[in-house]
Design a protein around this ligand. Structure first.
Ligand code: NI
Length: 628
């Protein structure tokens, strides 16, 4: 295995980084490790790097000093050198595991909580599941002095293994200061019955009686891809797998072998933020506007995947490692799944003589799944034989629940069992796509299909044209989808033309998405201002990675894309980054209960004038085996 500048930090490297910081900066029990991520070398350095050259491996570490309430960022080499140390004024650390554990222990030991539970017929707080939710910026008056706070929705566990989300404890929440694990308030509105209908989903409860015959995926000659360290080589694709504890799965340095010439398509692609605005105004829901990436570190919650269950076929797993808040390095075995899938017909034609040509298509899948409290998110990157790339988020798990107050109306929730409510909400993702189409200097163009009025330009009324609008500055590049105009955006290389003298490009094609229902002037609208355009384009800047800013925890908003783009920088013939916002509007159904069948949202990247013909045309036919 050869090490590459973009390889994810190994457990050994992470341990070295933590040890270096403790030694050189005198870190002790007051300091928590908020985030440790690969400090990616500059693009030019990565592109000029030759295999076998020494690699300057370094991490960017975010340290939270509980005593002084200060965030500091350090750049630390894996060889024991602190290259940089700076404080970040105004920043607050995301919620860290040890703090969450301490906060929950404090809430469960609080006499007011114990008494309020007893009044609801719950004898022991051990039978209660509590979670730590950030406040966003909606902190109760009197507590808004800059402290880091969480609040704790609660659910009853009537017996071990019960689905707790069937039994929300309405009207009871502890508010805890994260930095000293002190319960600073208990909100208690008695009189709300705990919903009683159980929601079993475990196999020993449901029996799993609906059965089909076995479907086995076998690849008797083995997989068609190779993995060298984090480099993937499949079909004509070459790319690298990255991982960090904030974003989770990252794709680097995507290239395609076009009839013997390796061509660059993307430098770095990730899901840079995920925010879930809740649309129910009741006390148990309106604060639930978590930034799962920026306030928790999505990668921290990565599942260990199981062959035959999460993934089928010839699988290669990659492990990952993260630093927990206390500085311990935790390894996540089988964090990333790499495999191929049959994907139906790639292309087919039966000609006038009856001659048939058909090719089955296959896709390469790089995926990982996280569990954040009640919800699961799968991140799936697909690479296809026609030169296209797809991202698909798979949303599953258990919807968040509230207990209905007798006599209240809940127009923003679905009643899924008597007295059990699932509030309306949206899952809004933001992909950060640093595309490099045949090189770093690119431009972005919006393409609409337009029908002129009936007249000289459209004599029969059925003609239509494409209208291309260059998105030449940041203010012009904040765009919405327009399905009625078949709108897409293409990243072109103005210096490289194809065989018909058109600039080569890749287009971003919207898939299932949504638009925020929260008003812009609402708290969440301010904090997640990036939601209000489906597309943003910025010139690549290494310190512009997260669309709601680096530190969204309790931040009032305005950071990230809205702030950066106010400079209105030029986007012409430069190293552009596309930010694509997509997601789902989740009006829960009774059929989403007790565990939601997978919902999907995502987008495609497709070559447009990049290849001289379909790259799928050279694909060999598959042998007709195992067909009856
Ligand atoms: Ni949902």
């Amino acid at each position: 295995m050869t090490q590459h500048p973009l390889d994810p930090l190994t457990a050994t490297e992470l341990k070295s980084v933590v040890a270096t910081l403790r030694r050189d900066r005198g870190l002790d029990h007051r300091h928590l490790m908020a985030m440790v991520q690969l400090e990616e070398p500059a693009k030019e350095r990565v592109l000029s790097w030759q295999a076998g050259e020494p690699v300057d491996r370094a991490a960017r570490a975010t340290v939270w000093n509980r005593a002084t309430a200060t965030v500091s960022e350090a750049v630390v080499t894996v060889n024991g050198e602190v290259l940089e140390w700076k404080d970040i004024p105004g920043a607050l650390s995301p919620v860290l595991g040890p703090e969450a554990d301490d906060a929950l222990a404090a809430a469960k030991a609080d006499p007011r909580v114990i008494q309020a539970l007893a009044a609801r017929g719950i004898a022991s707080p051990d039978d209660v599941h509590m979670e730590t939710w950030p406040f966003g910026a909606q902190i109760p008056a009197g507590l808004d002095d800059g402290r880091r706070l969480i609040w704790t929705p609660m659910w009853h566990r009537p017996q071990p293994g019960a689905n707790v989300y069937a039994h929300p404890i309405g009207g009871l929440r502890a508010i805890v200061d994260l930095d000293n694990a002190e319960v600073v308030a208990v909100e208690n509105e008695p009189g709300i019955p705990i919903p009683a209908t159980p929601a079993p989903y475990r196999l020993d409860e449901t029996g799993g009686g609906v059965k089909l015959r076995e479907l086995s995926i076998t690849q008797p000659e083995g997989a068609s891809f190779t993995v060298d360290g984090s480099a993937i080589n499949w079909e004509r694709w070459r790319f690298r797998i990255g991982f960090c504890q904030r974003e989770g799965l990252v794709i680097h340095d995507v290239r395609f072998d076009d009839e013997g010439t390796e061509r660059r398509i993307a430098h770095r692609m990730s899901i840079a933020e995920l925010v879930i605005p809740y649309g129910d105004p009741s006390p148990g829901a309106y604060r639930k506007n978590a930034f799962d990436t920026g306030e928790f570190g999505l990668g921290n919650y990565t599942n260990s995947l199981a062959l035959g269950c999460d993934c089928l076929g010839e699988i290669v797993y990659m492990d990952a490692a993260v630093v927990d808040g206390d500085g311990n390095v935790r390894e996540i075995p089988n964090a990333i799944c790499l495999h191929e899938e049959d994907f139906g017909i790639l292309w087919k034609h039966t000609d006038e003589l009856g001659h048939v040509e058909v090719r089955r298509g296959r896709r390469f899948v790089a995926s990982s799944i996280v569990t954040v409290n009640n919800y699961e998110y799968g991140y799936f990157w697909y690479f296809y034989q026609d030169g296209s790339i797809e991202f698909e988020a798979k949303l599953t798990g258990i919807v968040l629940t509230l207990a209905a107050e007798p006599g209240q109306e809940y127009p923003s929730s679905t009643e899924i069992e008597p007295g059990l409510l699932a509030p309306y909400h949206q899952h809004i993702f933001c992909a950060r796509l640093d595309l490099d189409v045949d090189g770093t200097e690119n431009s972005v163009v919006e393409v609409d299909a337009v029908a002129h009025p009936i007249g000289p330009e459209n004599p029969h009324g059925a003609a239509y044209v494409t209208r291309e609008t260059p998105l030449d500055v940041e203010s012009a590049a904040q765009r919405l989808i327009d399905p009625m105009a078949n709108r897409y955006w293409k990243v072109i290389n103005p210096h490289r033309t194809n065989h018909v003298a058109q600039p080569v490009g890749y287009k971003l094609v919207p898939g299932h998405t949504t638009y925020p229902m929260a008003h812009r002037e609402s708290v969440i609208g301010q904090r997640a201002g990036f939601m209000y355009s489906h597309l943003w384009v910025t010139p690549n800047a290494p310190d512009e990675k997260y669309p709601a800013g680096d530190y969204p925890f309790q931040a009032e908003g305005g950071a990230g894309l809205p702030a950066w783009t106010s400079a209105n920088r030029s986007l012409e013939d430069t190293d552009v980054v596309l930010w694509y916002v997509f997601g789902t509007n989740h009006i829960p159904r009774t059929e989403d209960w007790p565990v939601m069948p997978v919902e999907r949202a995502g987008f495609h990247l497709k070559p447009v004038g990049f290849f001289r013909r379909s790259p799928g045309i050279d694909v060999a036919p598959s042998a007709a085996v195992h067909c009856h």
